[in-house]
Design a protein around this ligand. Structure first.
Ligand code: ZN
Length: 80
């Protein structure tokens, strides 16, 4: 999926990112066993993933149509 990130103006492929944070996961595991387990399971499930910008991890982006992508490509705005 080609995207244009509204936060950092990244243009390119969206990547699948994990919600939540690793440090929070570890903290939960250390303090409370059950919430830590649930949190880990949630992050590993499809619910715990979202498509986002690989540069700033933002989920706020605009999906580019094939036509828009071609236009950008022609204008030489793509680094890749
Ligand atoms: Zn971004």
């Amino acid at each position: 999926m080609k995207i244009q990130c509204t936060s950092c103006d990244y243009v390119g492929d969206a990547v699948s990112l994990q919600k939540g944070s690793r440090s929070k996961e570890i903290a939960l595991w250390c303090c409370l066993f059950l919430p830590g387990l649930l949190y880990t399971l949630w992050r590993q499930s499809s619910d715990g993933h979202y498509m986002g910008c690989p540069q700033c991890r933002s989920a706020r982006f605009r999906t580019l149509t094939r036509r828009e992508w071609k236009d950008l490509e022609r204008q030489g705005l793509l680094k890749a």
